[in-house]
Design a protein around this ligand. Sequence first.
Ligand SMILES: [Fe+2]
Length: 251
Amino acid sequence: MRVLVISDIHANLHALEAVLAAAPAHDVVWNLGDVVGYGANPEEAIDGARALGSLVVRGNHDRACAGLMGIEDFTENAARAVRWTQKVLSAERREWLRELMAGPVAPEGSAEVSCVHGSPRDEDEYLFTFNDAWPLLRRPAARITFFGHTHVQGGFASNGEEFFHLRPDLDGGDEAEEAELALRAGARYLLNPGSVGQPRDGDWRAAFALYDSARSLLVWHRVPYCVAEAQKRIRAAGLPEYLADRLSEGR
Ligand SMILES: [Fe+2]
């Protein structure tokens, strides 16, 4: 099975369209959440996510925009984007957000895989560092866990004795690029496809991954998209300037 793994679209329609145009052939899509928040096209992002299939794990911004959680802990910029999103979303799309599944979600036909937004033990937990990841790799709920939330492409692995911090071997720049990771039998993985709509790993290009279970292969991808257009929409919507600026810097 070939799986397109995406996360953190964050209402960035232009990035989502670029990802879908560049994605290699696949059988199914696993979406790790945060479809909305920050960006200026939440309705289109929801429609796009819905069209891709049923495995969508809810993210914290999805819950906030659906009114399922308070935003006291959000930054001022994030909170402003939540309030704006709540205003522009139709009742029907808001209901779709409310109904999204909490992770971990086990994809059909993939016994060794789990999908989460933040981490397997807490949907809001960030897995940035070794210290965050190693307890989960020592006693994994699934051999391979796909996670998002950090907006950083990469992940962690363990062969039972050693732990590895995984970063895609990419050159950067403005062109489309990809990096392969051969998944070893017996090893455990926490894998992040990166963020479609608001990368924070110093690379402005939209991120996604292609998981090929038959070949035990993960391919991380980066694709350029029309950042200027996404920024224009954010500014036109009256959303915080910072949310536009950060897109071109990947931060
Ligand atoms: Fe996010």
